[in-house]
Write a protein that binds this ligand. Sequence first.
Ligand code: UDB
Ligand code: ZN
Length: 192
Amino acid sequence: MLTMKDVIREGHPTLRKIAEPVAIPPSKEDQKLLDQMMEFLINGQDPEIAEKYDLRPGVGLAAPQINVSKRMIVVRTSDENDEPIEYALFNPKIVSTSKETTYLDSGEGCLSVDRAVEGHVPRYARIKVEGYDRDGKKFSKRFRGYEAIVFQHEMDHLNGIMFYDRMDIDDPYKEPLAPKEVINRSEHEEPI
Ligand code: UDB
Ligand code: ZN
């Protein structure tokens, strides 16, 4: 099983590389790696297993973080009933974005960063993602809110980008948002 020992930390050159596309249909090896990455998130989100193996409760992981420079990501969040929502994708890409930006009030962290970096990380409020699932089937879905932020964070890892690269160094709490009226109105619109 994957543990925090397998997660490389900032300063490792792999985190700054552009990851290579995965062949589709995926090989058994690539499928197995994707499954192991999801298992890592499942284990980390289980308090007993996390405690036993000293895992951080990850919501997303990109293959470069385990020193595999391939375009593979996993995301595991939960719905309003606390039911897990899982995405495991090869070659994910953002095919369209909202103009509106957002950020997590609490800022972002990273499994590959062992320090707190405080401030706003501007993200697109809504994105459309395309890619291939673990069976090599075409995937396409629109995301908003927290899921959209996690996907953008993970896809950044495939392009060698760390969350703090997107922060304003001189003004980490700068408001990257459009005027509030625009945001509120957008809540009632269909995502792009
Ligand atoms: C995370 N987890 O997994 F608001 F139930 C972070 C870590 C770095 C703190 C483990 C996280 O944000 N968990 C979380 C947040 C909530 C409610 C909740 C759990 N990542 C993934 C990562 O580093 N991937 O490369 C960092 C996130 C920051 C924003 C998106 C991803
Ligand atoms: Zn990260």
